[in-house]
Design a protein around this ligand. Structure first.
Ligand SMILES: [Fe+2]
Length: 210
């Protein structure tokens, strides 16, 4: 399905799979996950350097749009075998406003595929993980396609244990369609570098906690 409707903010999605993702339960309870191990299945690159300053503003919130699904699989690698899309490794840290790393924060990612479609029947290009002891997360996925009405973007939720959920979106800084998308915010643009097999995208989340 091609999305042409500007999504509206919803504070609570309908209950599906028996759980909501809008209160502040533990990450595992929120997603019905059985395992808490955030083991990554691909090579770790150099340790990231946080771009954090004491008393930084928290990462801004954005609408979750119409295609969020709770209970995504716990996995860091979302790449489907048949894809010809550009690969993107999204990594960074989850930090407090005083730059402390947030361990075991839930990071849930979902986005359109290379044919402009969200998988609303299954979980293609949907997954969640938990940050490590230094607040780091790392997903391997693809660059989503452009579709009418929106620039290229990822949807993401971040939640420290027992804390409220931050829902937002991430953008590519040099995407020409950014100028035509009223939701685009420069503050939510990832830092992009070329990598051997695609793009490396860096974004640090700052949660509204000390
Ligand atoms: Fe979207």
């Amino acid at each position: 399905m091609v999305s042409v409707i500007m999504p509206k903010e919803k504070t609570c999605p309908p209950i599906r799979h028996g759980v909501k993702f809008c209160a502040a339960p533990s990450p595992r309870a929120a997603l019905g996950s059985q395992s808490g191990n955030p083991a990554l299945t691909f090579a770790q690159s150099a340790a990231p350097t946080a771009q954090c300053h004491d008393a930084d503003e928290a990462t801004i919130r954005q609408t979750q749009g119409p295609y969020f699904k709770p209970s995504s699989p716990q996995r860091a690698d979302l790449v489907e075998p048949e894809t010809k899309a550009r690969l993107v490794e999204i990594n960074g840290q989850v930090l407090t406003r005083s730059c402390r790393p947030v361990e075991r924060a839930l990071v849930d990612l979902w986005h359109a595929d290379d044919r402009r479609e969200y998988d609303n029947a299954g979980f293609r290009y949907r997954g969640h993980l938990f940050t490590d002891g230094e607040g780091r997360y790392r997903f391997r996925t693809i660059q989503p396609a452009l579709y009418p009405g929106r620039t290229r973007h990822y949807h993401i939720k971040v939640q420290a244990p027992e804390r409220p959920v931050l829902t937002t979106q991430l953008y590519f800084p040099d995407e020409p369609a950014n100028r035509r998308d009223g939701l685009f915010r420069r503050d939510l643009a990832m830092r992009i570098t070329e990598a051997p097999d695609g793009l490396a995208a860096r974004f640090d989340f700052v949660l509204d906690m000390r």
